[in-house]
Ligand binder design. Structure first.
Ligand SMILES: NC(=O)c1ccc[n+]([C@@H]2O[C@H](COP(=O)([O-])OP(=O)(O)OC[C@H]3O[C@@H](n4cnc5c(N)ncnc54)[C@H](O)[C@@H]3O)[C@@H](O)[C@H]2O)c1
Length: 280
């Protein structure tokens, strides 16, 4: 039985934990080898929101991919540093031979201030990682994809915040709207090379990014220490389907579809995995 990603190599950023790890595992289950990148440390300024991924998290991704009998080349790099990211990508291609799928997934979430109160430092961190980092990821891989001449699939992780305004989340929302513009442009530029470019738009996902006191506080500003139990009904109320958040594997299944030949004529689309969030 042939896997849905058999023989493919996928380049995935933010692969140490959360959705990035789920993408690596789902694609590996279906036969792909993985080029993984993660900063694997807490980004400066983020510590007041939630802790970043660690080397131990990244090691766990490697272990789990290898347990599926797939190969993985995992390198620590910051998506803001193009040279480091490109070097990580190239060492993966040198070892695994090629790239077919790119998943630009690394991102951070900073939030809670009125737009006029956002600091330049927070704005720059979010835009530099969530938008410039996504551009860097595509930029690192496109020359190789074109040189191979066998097409490819580039998947950019966006958000419901890439489709709608989000009060008190200006930088993140602006960054994700930017990702959508980048995707649409790349889809047109790369279509002649049979390289497809699409976005995925998750609603809240059950990862460290939102399962923390700071994120709960976005909806419970009067609580000093808001809990998961208090936050859950509010998260549930923003989706149409009766769930507070979806699982990383739900997003990974969408990524797998976009990575596979099943979506061979799907490009420039916004694939919502949002429990109906966007309908409300
Ligand atoms: N969790 C949600 O509710 C949600 C909803 C919609 C979209 N998203 C998006 O999904 C993506 C994945 O987020 P997640 O939920 O898995 O969160 P997460 O915090 O668990 O994972 C993000 C990963 O990106 C890595 N990363 C952060 N900055 C980096 C940098 N500069 N260079 C390299 N790696 C870096 C982190 O170390 C971490 O491993 C992000 O783009 C996020 O914006 C998340």
């Amino acid at each position: 039985m042939t896997g849905r990603a058999e023989g493919k190599v996928a380049f995935i950023t933010g692969a140490a934990r959360g959705q990035g790890r789920a993408h690596a595992l789902r694609l590996a289950q279906e036969g792909a080898d993985i080029i993984a990148v993660d900063i694997a440390e807490t980004v400066e300024g983020m510590d007041r929101f939630y802790p970043g991924a660690t080397q131990a998290d990244f090691d766990q991704t490697v272990k789990e991919v290898e347990a599926l009998d797939r190969r993985i080349v995992a390198t620590r790099a910051d998506v803001r540093d193009f040279d480091a990211l490109k070097a990580a990508f190239e060492s993966g291609v040198a070892e695994l031979g090629k790239v077919d799928v790119v998943v630009a997934n690394a991102g951070i979430f900073m939030f809670g201030d009125k737009t006029e109160d956002v600091t330049d430092a927070d704005w720059d961190a979010v835009l530099d990682i969530n938008l410039k980092g996504v551009w860097h990821t595509a930029k690192a891989a496109i020359p190789q994809l074109k040189a191979q001449g066998t097409g490819g699939s580039i998947i950019l992780t966006c958000s419901t915040a890439g489709l709608k305004g989000t009060p008190n989340v200006a930088a993140y929302t602006a960054s994700k709207h930017g990702v959508l513009g980048l995707s649409r442009t790349l889809a047109l530029e790369l279509a002649p090379f049979n390289i497809r470019v699409n976005t995925v738009h998750p609603t809240s996902v059950n990862t460290d990014m939102i399962r923390n006191e700071a994120a709960y506080g976005l909806f419970l500003p009067d609580e000093a220490h808001p809990t998961s139990e208090q936050a859950e009904p509010i998260f549930r109320s923003i989706n149409a389907l009766p769930v507070p958040w979806v699982e990383p594997e739900d997003i990974a299944n969408a990524v797998l579809f976009l990575a596979s030949e099943e979506s061979r004529y799907v490009t420039g689309t916004e694939l919502k995995v949002d429990a109906g969030f966007d309908l409300k």
